[in-house]
Design a protein around this ligand. Structure first.
Ligand SMILES: C[S@@+](CC[C@H](N)C(=O)[O-])C[C@H]1O[C@@H](n2cnc3c(N)ncnc32)[C@H](O)[C@@H]1O
Length: 263
């Protein structure tokens, strides 16, 4: 048995936010229950004690807690602002635009970017994109680029047929190689050093700022922002707010999901 208040205790121990998990808690709670059963734990206290002594089992819990829900072109307004303001400004300033998608899940966000860029500027040779996640199986799926129709629901039929081919399995589509060429996939945890420096754009959406508590957010954000160039952009999710840390970021006028680092 695992109640909401047990789950809250567990989340607090791992610096997660109950508020962030509240709506999506059913799945992770079910998997935590199963994990507790497999370990023979009858209470959260016993479970926490077991995890404290066994790093491999703790990794299992961390993986359960990583919510991987995503979809192509989530928050349409954001993609319009990126295409109309952010990318034109960056392309006027630099030959190569360096982008990091942090916590990229199975690649939906970063492939949306690739599709958007192709539609506007056709040649992606001025893009350098790195996409990272702490979940290895997400990265594997991202590399394959195969998606269920449900994660493609924001694409109209014309875009779907020009960017994807049916994978051969019912209801699944595979993104064309053209849209993958400039993306490097890497394993990375928010709480470790960034995978590179000098990014013009960092996507940090629907992960750190939703599912972690404010202390954890401040620590990880401090590390992540070290790699954002002055004048560069941090992109958040539509309901996310930055923790109250002085981090030299200012909200932009066009879109409340786009922040700019002071020069
Ligand atoms: C809900 S998905 C968001 C995907 C995409 N950014 C979007 O907005 O559609 C959250 C992703 O963050 C990843 N994540 C969670 N904690 C992480 C951490 N500490 N380091 C790196 N990635 C993490 C998860 O594995 C998951 O794939």
């Amino acid at each position: 048995m695992l109640t909401d208040s047990d789950f809250r205790v567990l989340l607090a121990c791992y610096e997660r936010s109950w508020q962030g998990y509240r709506k999506v808690r059913k799945g992770p709670m079910k998997r935590v229950r199963k994990h507790m059963e497999a370990l023979g734990c009858n209470s959260v206290k016993q479970y926490l004690d077991t995890l404290a002594k066994d790093q491999a089992e703790e990794e299992v819990l961390l993986s359960i807690l990583r919510i991987t829900i995503s979809r192509f072109f989530r928050d349409r307004k954001l993609w319009t602002s990126l295409a109309d303001t952010v990318f034109p400004a960056l392309l006027a300033q630099t030959d190569k635009v360096k982008i990091w998608s942090a916590g990229c899940s199975c690649g939906e966000e970063v492939y949306s970017l690739s599709i958007l860029y192709h539609m506007r500027w056709s040649d992606c040779s001025r893009l350098a994109v790195i996409a990272t996640d702490a979940n290895g199986s997400c990265l594997e799926r991202a590399r394959k680029g195969i998606y269920q129709k449900s994660s493609l629901r924001e694409l109209d039929s014309q875009l779907l047929s020009s960017c994807f081919i049916p994978s051969g399995r019912r209801g699944e589509y595979c993104i064309l190689p053209l849209y993958r060429k400039y993306i490097l996939w890497r394993h990375h945890d928010f709480f470790t050093a960034p995978p590179d420096r000098g990014f013009h754009v960092i996507f940090l959406r629907n992960n750190l700022l939703t599912y972690y508590n404010s202390q954890a957010q401040s620590v990880a954000l401090g590390l992540i922002l070290q790699s954002l160039l002055p004048g560069g952009y941090l992109i958040t999710g539509s309901r996310e707010v930055l923790p109250e840390t002085p981090c030299n970021l200012v909200a932009t006028k066009n879109c409340d999901m786009i922040y700019q680092m002071r020069e």
